[in-house]
Design a binder for this molecule. Structure first.
Ligand SMILES: C[S@@+](CC[C@H](N)C(=O)[O-])C[C@H]1O[C@@H](n2cnc3c(N)ncnc32)[C@H](O)[C@@H]1O
Ligand code: SF4
Ligand code: SF4
Length: 365
């Protein structure tokens, strides 16, 4: 959900003024210890071109100076492959910009006891565990690696332990679950597991299909067929907790599945404001920058790679934010012309929610 600061940033843009980014997404690494059947990450990446620790720390310093207050480490690979760097990044952000919100998405299988303790001690705000099934065999099958489920369950218990020791109300945990034909009928058990560990919510994610994963997805027959979609909806309707947390996102899953081959649902409907900026189908390029493992700068949470990307080795973050490539993407979005990477947009619900909030907030503009 967009926070007040994000609204403030957008208010400046609405008044034809300028604002620094609200969020930075750091796609630290493409390395991964798992081999998920549905992963979109490029498995053939040469890791030698990843940014060095000191280059990442420089990005963090620049972001803090620009006033970024929302930090996410989502990863094209498994961010905890560089666990020491992640801890250093979060520690630096929380000491220099204590009100910043810090979150990470992880397969949860590389945590050490010391790292969990430090995450809680530092006050990292949110840890999204990717858990695709409450059942060990199914989860490890989907993740392409034995032992991942056991490690996740162990880490969940240890987070709770350290949170109670430090009396911390941070380090909130949620599950990220990719809906497939292998797990659609396990949602009630997944909610039970979430409740057992005090997990705040489950984010049910549609299966995104791209040229990188279509072969594996077809081979394992992972997509939901229409009966399975119906069955999933029934489960959600029968479960109050799921209904609260997941229904809208399931709807998105159904749409994304339907559109995966034609990508016909890429932008939400626009509103009907006099102010043309408010009618934009997406506000991410005015709020967010994402930086991929080799330093290329993308224009939203969902995009770390695109054809006009500039690199932080050549220019400062601020110059890139103010520069021609960002101007270009903003003008395309304002004209309702999505960029190629928008066709696989992974954050439709986030965008819809921002839109709803803006509609409410600026209804008289
Ligand atoms: C790319 S992963 C990177 C972080 C980490 N390695 C992990 O798995 O959590 C980020 C999130 O995207 C999800 N994901 C991966 N491939 C996906 C796909 N084809 N469709 C939807 N979500 C996907 C993962 O399950 C994870 O929750
Ligand atoms: S753990 Fe994450 S990055 Fe690794 S293969 Fe799975 S989805 Fe991809
Ligand atoms: S990929 Fe999605 S979030 Fe990013 S600019 Fe395009 S529509 Fe917006």
């Amino acid at each position: 959900m967009i926070k007040d600061n994000g609204l403030l940033n957008l208010k400046s843009w609405i008044n034809n003024s300028f604002s620094m980014p609200h969020s930075l997404c750091l796609l630290i690494t493409n390395k991964c210890n798992a081999s998920c059947l549905f992963c979109e990450g490029d498995k053939n990446t040469n890791h030698s071109d990843e940014l060095l620790d000191k280059e990442w720390m420089d990005v963090v310093d620049q972001g803090i100076k620009m006033g970024v207050v929302d930090w996410c480490i989502p990863g094209n690979g498994e961010p905890l492959s560089r666990i020491e760097l992640i801890l250093k990044i979060f520690k630096t952000i929380k000491s220099k910009s204590p009100d910043s919100f810090c979150k990470i998405t992880t397969n949860g299988s590389l945590f050490t006891e010391d790292a969990i303790k430090e995450f809680v001690e530092i006050g990292v705000d949110r840890i999204s565990f990717s858990l695709d099934s409450p059942d060990e065999e199914t989860h490890d099958f989907l993740r392409g690696k034995k032992g991942v489920f056991k490690n996740v369950v162990h880490a969940l218990g240890r987070f709770n332990h350290w949170k109670s020791i430090f009396k911390s109300d941070k380090s909130k945990i949620n599950f990220n679950t990719v809906l497939t034909s292998k797990n659609y009928n396990q949602l009630n058990e997944l909610v039970d597991l979430a409740s057992k560990f005090g997990v705040e919510f489950i984010s049910l994610n549609p299966l995104r299909v791209s040229k990188y994963n279509i072969g594996r997805i077809k081979h394992s027959n992972l997509r939901l067929n229409s009966e399975q979609k119906e069955e999933t909806i029934k489960q959600i309707q029968g479960n109050a907790e799921l209904k609260l947390n997941g229904f809208e996102q399931l709807e998105m899953g159904t749409i994304a599945n339907k559109s995966a081959e034609g990508f016909d649902e890429n932008l939400p409907e626009s509103s009907n404001f006099k102010n043309s900026f408010l009618n934009s189908p997406c506000f991410e390029p005015w709020l967010t920058m994402s930086i991929n493992y080799k330093g290329d700068v993308g224009y939203c949470t969902s995009c770390g790679e695109w054809e006009k990307a500039e690199n932080i080795k050549d220019k400062s973050l601020e110059d890139i934010w103010k520069g021609d490539s960002f101007k270009y993407v903003r003008s395309c979005i304002l004209q309702h012309k999505p960029l190629e990477s928008c066709f696989g947009c992974g954050i439709k619900i986030v965008r819809k929610n921002i839109k709803k909030e803006l509609d409410e907030h600026f209804k008289n503009v």
